[in-house]
Design a protein around this ligand. Structure first.
Ligand code: ADP
Ligand code: MG
Length: 674
């Protein structure tokens, strides 16, 4: 047996349980060892009954005073009563409806009990506490993310079996010199103590070692993906044409935009390829920054590429940029999955011989056999939507183009630097002038009709609006629910208006058609799913209603809301929700209070925790099992330095002693490919 052994062969597992484990992503014994506890319960600090405080969660050690007796209170409800004595005092014990638990407690035997202390000053009480035999029971216990059919206890038992079976054969994975330098424990020790910590100190030591390894592998992967030869291209801007570009714009750039363009132009004058992130809240004008650099590249004789995460966005960028460059000799083309073969071939031909200066598209640009004549500059928009790997692909298209990534996701600067390494960051911290705050309201469904009337009022004034569909997961259900929702509004509330429908399951062509009609003002109201979340820009659309708003995360609501408030007219966003739970209400209230993307991201982080915020969808990084990219910054730094060291010596991790690391890197990044 080793870590690759199928979990079904582990003692006590079998076919059926293996299936349940599989639902948790655990298939091999190794997966099980890496399935770290979600939290711990400290049963090692046993208190006397007299020391406990009503309301606290505590661990008590004591004898059962008498075999629990059950009383049928009513049909389906049996209460078992007994007592726990610690030699000094007696505590009441109540167990609801759990015959099995009640019967396993034997009079005169000693147990440890873990639970919330109830009762009053004179008589303490515990209801439904967790318990275990006192012998070996007073320890720190792991609590795993469990499912209904697979309790944390069963997982714990299975992990115990796995560790015992493999203890003598687990191979060390980190190089010895690293373990010495950073005082990291052995892998066996770390695994034993992360699951069954003998003390808090041991748990700390174990966690540190595992976090280090995880971040080390992450950094190795990032460095490998990024490894670019330094000698190529570079220096594509000989002459700064930014002023010339500015004269083409219908507005004047903000100070922040100018700064960002200036910083990038400086980079592009150098021989080393640029690696720059432009981070700016929704509506801060990132497109114009990209356009200025594309203009510079073109005027200096180089081609550019702009990649967007969705067809809608690519199409929209194509329209915007074509307009910017309308009176120039810059040739812009659009290449997406839905472009016909014949036209595609033509574009490819022109691209190859240099007739096209700017290619806008979805990731079709990197997937197909597209060849550039001399790609000098590549931009990816809303880059958090792309995996790191995809970005790497784009840069392979040129000899070694300058790279700009644009994102509205606020990642703390230090973290961005750590994650993307030698990436430079420009921040657009200024919105274009004349923007008004988007008034945001949170109402329940009792006021839905009023909300709809409010929308109509706007449409009657020649303005446009969005209604975001209630969120439904899954392919089929998205289709039916969006369509039904649309039919209903179109035939009832909005029968006197022109209404469009946009959802993710439509063909790209249909989407384009719908967006075009809306952008041109032929459609007054657009019913949409979250496909409009990213980047859609129709300034005349000033009102948005978000149905079942509690279903969306804060950052997502912020992105959605960013579709309005793009013109001179006052904009409104109405969040409709009947959610009763406090967390959801807090979230929706945050939206009403602030429009600052950085603040909202902070709140999001606070409410949901970093695990969620840094889910792989947010920034294209693999999901971490134990490390926390925010709080483990110091270790991240160390891991990065060491990853660089190793790669200096063995750039592709081909050496025998690095075989394990190589596999681990591949493994980690495999998961990201979806
Ligand atoms: P985002 O950063 O969200 O991608 P966009 O590039 O889509 O923002 O810009 C949002 C809107 O603001 C567009 O309609 C754009 O034309 C406009 N805009 C950008 N920069 C300026 C500016 N300096 N002054 C006025 N309007 C601007
Ligand atoms: Mg944008």
């Amino acid at each position: 047996m080793d870590i690759s052994t199928d979990i079904r062969y582990l003692k006590g597992v079998g076919e059926k349980r293996a299936e349940l484990f599989s639902k948790l992503g655990i298939n091999s014994v190794g997966d099980l060892l890496d399935f770290y506890p979600r939290m711990y319960e400290d049963w090692s600090k046993v208190k006397k009954i007299s020391e406990t405080v009503v309301g606290e969660t505590a661990c008590i050690r004591g004898f059962i005073t008498h075999t629990p007796y059950g009383a049928n209170i009513r049909k389906g409800l049996t209460i078992y009563k007994s007592g726990i004595s610690d030699g000094e005092e007696v505590m009441d014990l109540t167990i609801f409806n759990n015959k099995y638990a009640a019967e396993s407690l034997k009079e005169g035997e000693e147990y440890v009990f873990f639970g919330k202390v109830g009762g009053n000053l004179y008589k303490r009480e515990m209801t439904n506490p967790a318990f275990a035999s006192a012998e070996g029971g007073d320890r720190i216990r792991p609590i795993y993310s469990s499912t209904q059919a697979l309790s944390t206890k069963i997982i714990e038992k299975t992990v115990r079996t796995a560790i015992d079976a493999l203890k003598d054969s687990i191979e060390e994975t980190l190089p010895d010199n690293l373990r010495q330098k950073y005082n990291l424990s052995s892998l066996v020790f770390a695994l034993e103590n992360v699951h069954f910590p003998q003390s808090e100190k041991n748990l700390e030591v174990a966690r540190r070692r595992l976090i280090f390894e995880e971040l080390f592998v992450l950094q190795l992967g990032l460095l490998l993906l990024r490894s670019r030869s330094k000698k190529q291209t570079g220096n594509i801007i000989k002459e700064d044409k930014t002023e010339e570009f500015c004269s083409l714009l219908p507005f004047s750039m903000t100070g922040a935009q100018r700064r960002a363009v200036g910083e990038a132009v400086e980079d592009m004058k150098k021989d080393v390829p640029m690696n720059r992130l432009v981070q700016g809240d929704v509506g801060s004008g990132k497109t114009a920054v990209a356009a200025a650099l594309i203009y510079n590249a073109a005027k200096n004789g180089f081609q550019s590429a702009l990649m967007a995460p969705t067809e809608i966005l690519a199409t929209q960028h194509f329209a915007t940029l074509s307009k910017f460059f309308e009176n120039t000799d810059i040739n812009v083309a659009l290449l997406t999955g839905s472009v016909r073969k014949k036209q595609k071939d033509e574009i490819k031909e022109k691209l190859k011989n240099g007739e096209i200066d700017l290619l806008v598209g979805t990731h079709a640009i990197i997937q197909e056999d597209v060849e550039f004549y001399n790609l000098g500059f590549a931009v990816t928009d809303e880059q958090h939507r792309f995996g790191v790997a995809q970005r790497g692909n784009l840069s392979k298209k040129g000899t070694e183009p300058h790279l700009l990534v644009m994102s509205a996701t606020p990642i703390p600067r230090t973290l961005a630097l750590m994650i993307y390494g030698d990436l430079d960051v420009s921040i657009l911290d200024e919105l274009p002038p004349g923007r008004q705050k988007i008034d945001t309201f949170f109402v329940d469904y009792g006021k839905h009709e009023r909300a709809m009337n409010y929308v109509k009022k706007h449409l009657d004034r020649g303005l446009q609006g969005y209604i975001v569909c209630p969120l439904v997961e899954g392919e089929e259900s998205e289709l039916t629910s969006a369509t039904q929702f649309y039919e209903n509004l179109k035939n009832n509330e909005f029968k006197d208006y022109t209404v469009g429908l946009l959802h993710g399951k439509m063909k790209p062509k249909e989407k384009d058609e719908v967006m075009k009609k809306f952008a041109e003002g032929d459609t007054q109201l657009l019913i949409a799913t979250t496909v409009i979340e990213v980047g859609v820009d129709v300034p005349n659309s000033v009102i948005m209603v978000i149905e079942n708003a509690e279903m969306f995360g804060l950052s997502q609501l912020h992105q959605l809301r960013g579709r309005v408030g793009r013109g001179k007219e006052k904009s409104t966003c109405i969040l409709v929700s009947d959610a009763q739970n406090e967390e959801a209400q807090t979230r929706l209230k945050v939206m009403c209070k602030t429009s600052d993307g950085f603040k909202i991201a902070d709140e999001d982080l606070r409410l949901r925790g970093p695990g969620d915020f840094f889910g792989s969808r947010q920034h294209g990084l693999p999901k971490m099992k134990i490390a926390n990219l925010l709080t483990d910054m110091k270790t991240l730094k160390e891991a990065q330095a060491e990853a660089k060291n190793i790669l200096r010596d063995d750039p592709k991790l081909r050496k025998k002693e690095n075989e394990y690391l190589r596999k681990a890197v591949i493994n980690l990044y495999e998961q990201m490919k979806e």
